[in-house]
Design a protein around this ligand. Structure first.
Ligand SMILES: *[C@@H]1O[C@H](CO)[C@@H](O)[C@H](O)[C@H]1NC(C)=O
Ligand SMILES: *[C@@H]1O[C@H](CO)[C@@H](O)[C@H](O)[C@H]1NC(C)=O
Ligand SMILES: *[C@@H]1O[C@H](CO)[C@@H](O)[C@H](O)[C@H]1NC(C)=O
Ligand SMILES: *[C@@H]1O[C@H](CO)[C@@H](O)[C@H](O)[C@H]1NC(C)=O
Ligand SMILES: *[C@@H]1O[C@H](CO)[C@@H](O)[C@H](O)[C@H]1NC(C)=O
Ligand SMILES: *[C@@H]1O[C@H](CO)[C@@H](O)[C@H](O)[C@H]1NC(C)=O
Ligand SMILES: *[C@@H]1O[C@H](CO)[C@@H](O)[C@H](O)[C@H]1NC(C)=O
Ligand SMILES: *[C@@H]1O[C@H](CO)[C@@H](O)[C@H](O)[C@H]1NC(C)=O
Length: 590
């Protein structure tokens, strides 16, 4: 909904003095690998869309509400909120809008502004933004990719507006090396060819073949859902989210299904394009890729079959930012798109992430609140935990004190974060499986007991200095993450990473949500309170106790975390056992 800002607010008058400008957010320097391009000239006339997030009302009681409707045995369990109920609860105050309007009028920008819910969007130029925010936009270069971007190291607002605004973008947010990396591990050692024979098959699981490489049949047998059939027509749907010009290929999917999932042979995915995203078929080139998107859609569709499966491709391109830049806060675009829908698909898988420290706290908080809103609507969001164990560079956060580096949005307490395992006999933690403790989000109550047990009983306390023991801990769960057979431009390619684990766990959740809906129950929404209580108590997740993660081992020789009994920051509560999860969820035995 776009409303001309000026006409919506016509007639309101605000006499308050907005006060003098004060710094609102700043960085001491650009985060590596970004460096100031000395001598570079910012084009002041370059078009720039500035997004102002006006503070929501009732945000704390809203967070509690999300936990209440997600906590089994709470009287409000399963009573998710509609779009209108959510808006009524969270809408910014009229006073906040009025004050921002007065500011934009004073600075001559109100004609370029529109309101979209709690966002005010100014379609202007870099020069407009610089003037409005008393900011100096400069050119920065990413030393790894060569990409250029216009950003500022500080921006200011009139003092009285500080209490009414959460963040303004784009300002101080730089992407990491490759912004919003898909969490694919390149060059994980390819599997030896393993001869399979019927003598190795136990309960439908080929323990020898599946021990070294993964197919849909391996996962369905290992996680015990090969006999469950979901409904295609009960209103349940599953989104595999794509960003960064990752394009899912229909012909590769058809070949994959023919080879590895003939039960789903005639099935295909639908596509939703957001923010001028696209999903080109064949001949992708330059920055365009297909590896992540193909992996996500090939496994997401075949495992959740016949659940309707949707690939979303969210664009992030000029003119919102500067030329040659792919990043444009794509989570904001993706999540605000979803929240405008009357009904949101019940399960979402996101195999993308960044180091938490590259994301400004204000941006992380705003995006995490949007995930909370999606959860409040009754949707379960799964996110990859990352592929650097406890973090690859322990001097990235602080040059003088070594620290592990957590990932975002894995660290948001309103998503379910998925780590990775390898081998099936037995299933063990894989060294790259991302995990750790957030520096931004405190530990939510739902995981307090589980994480305390880990810290008090199993963690090597001499390593506690490297992470924030009070933070939101992740992953919550895990699934196989090594050597998935995928079809890439007609060839069989092994893919690895929590990128693979995430759509696999999410597929199990899509099936569980389908089962709930078919049996007249609400979908899960935020899964975590249920996972840490009902599912864990029933032993419905297989505890992974062998192996562990690595990290910055050249800086801290024993960096990383061990997989232990119960929850640990490598495999979370463990891997899914669909039969038991289903029984805990609907009371139905498969
Ligand atoms: C699975 O692979 C691991 C590591 O190679 C090996 O130790 C184990 O014996 C294998 N199990 C089976 C059943 O092949
Ligand atoms: C897949 O379906 C097509 C027709 O839709 C059929 O020709 C083909 O044999 C099927 N392949 C498999 C492996 O079932
Ligand atoms: C949308 O993306 C296409 C390329 O995929 C580009 O040519 C076009 O300029 C973009 N449009 C806008 C409004 O950004
Ligand atoms: C893709 O490229 C090949 C070889 O260059 C060409 O034959 C084919 O027509 C192209 N396909 C499309 C859809 O552009
Ligand atoms: C780690 O990060 C710091 C700060 O960004 C950087 O100076 C350093 O070069 C990085 N070290 C490695 C090994 O990447
Ligand atoms: C880095 O760590 C040292 C030692 O704990 C601390 O004194 C310093 O304030 C930290 N620096 C930053 C930028 O956080
Ligand atoms: C540790 O996490 C808490 C939130 O749980 C945060 O307030 C605090 O600033 C973090 N400490 C550091 C050193 O990042
Ligand atoms: C705990 O960490 C310390 C320091 O890295 C190491 O010397 C010690 O062997 C570790 N203890 C265990 C039980 O792993």
């Amino acid at each position: 909904m776009k409303i001309a800002f000026i006409s919506l607010l016509v007639g309101t008058t605000v006499a308050a003095d907005l006060g003098s400008y004060r710094v609102f957010e700043q960085l001491s320097e650009a985060p590596a690998p970004w460096t100031l391009q000395t001598g570079g000239q910012v084009d002041e006339d370059q078009r720039l869309k500035l997004r102002i997030h006006v503070k929501n009302q009732n945000i704390e009681s809203f967070h509690q509400k999300v936990y209440d409707v997600s906590t089994p045995d709470h009287p409000e369990y399963g009573r998710h909120l509609s779009r209108v109920e959510l808006r009524d609860m969270l809408a910014p105050s009229q006073q906040s809008y009025d004050m921002v309007q007065e500011w934009l009028e004073e600075t001559g920008l109100s004609a370029k502004a529109t309101i979209e819910n709690d966002w005010i969007i100014i379609d202007g130029t870099i020069g407009d933004a610089a003037k409005l925010l008393d900011a100096e936009y400069q050119l920065f270069e990413n030393k790894v990719t060569g990409k250029m971007t216009a950003r500022t190291l500080a921006y200011s607002l009139p003092a009285s507006l500080h209490a009414h605004i959460d963040m303004i973008a784009p300002t101080i947010k730089f992407g990491s090396t490759s912004t919003m990396r898909s969490t694919l591990v390149k060059n994980y050692p390819a599997p030896a060819v393993v001869q399979s024979s019927s003598g190795n098959v136990h309960d439908g699981l080929d323990v020898v073949a599946c021990n070294s490489s993964i197919t849909p049949d391996c996962l369905k047998a290992l996680y015990k859902f090969n006999h469950f059939r979901a409904s295609r027509r009960n209103g349940n749907a599953f989104i595999l989210a794509g960003f960064l010009e990752e394009y899912a290929q229909h012909d590769d999917l058809a070949q994959f299904l023919g080879t590895y999932a003939p039960h789903a042979n005639s099935s295909d995915f639908s596509t939703i394009l957001i923010n001028n995203g696209s999903n080109l078929q064949q001949n992708v080139s330059g920055t365009q890729q297909t590896g992540e998107a193909n992996l996500d859609i090939q496994y997401g569709l075949s495992l959740s079959y016949p659940t309707p499966t949707i690939y979303t491709s969210t664009g992030g391109r000029p003119p919102e930012t500067t030329p040659n830049e792919v990043d444009n806060e794509p989570y904001l675009e993706f999540l605000t798109y979803l929240l405008k829908l009357d009904s949101i698909p019940q399960t979402i898988s996101i195999s993308y992430g960044d180091s938490e420290w590259t994301v400004p706290p204000s941006y992380a908080a705003t995006v995490c609140n949007l995930f909370a809103q999606v959860a409040a609507r009754g949707t379960s969001v799964m996110v990859s935990s990352g592929d650097s164990g406890s973090g690859g560079n322990c001097s990235a956060l602080n040059a003088t004190q070594l620290l592990y580096t957590p990932a975002f949005p894995a660290s948001c307490p309103f998503v379910t974060t998925v780590g990775a395992t390898v081998q099936v006999a037995p299933e063990v933690a894989v060294d790259f499986s991302g995990g750790g403790f957030s520096n931004y989000f405190p530990r939510p109550a739902y995981q307090d007991a589980a994480v305390n047990t880990y810290l008090n009983k199993y963690a090597n306390t001499s390593n506690n200095q490297y992470f924030n023991v009070t933070g939101r801990a992740y992953p919550d769960v895990s699934a196989q993450g090594v050597n998935y057979h995928t079809i890439e431009q007609g060839s069989d390619v092994p893919e690895s990473g929590t990128s693979a684990s995430c759509p696999t766990f999410a597929s199990v959740v899509a099936l569980l949500n389908s089962d709930r809906i078919s049996n007249g129950l609400p979908p899960f929404g935020l899964l975590n309170p249920w996972l840490y209580s009902k599912a864990a108590d029933a032993g419905a997740l297989t505890d992974i106790v062998l192996g562990g993660s690595a990290g910055c081992n050249s800086q801290i020789p024993d960096a990383g975390f061990p997989a232990t009994v119960d929850w640990d920051p490598v495999t979370g509560l463990g891997t899914p056992d669909f039969k038991k999860l289903r029984f805990v969820s609907t009371g139905i035995e498969s």
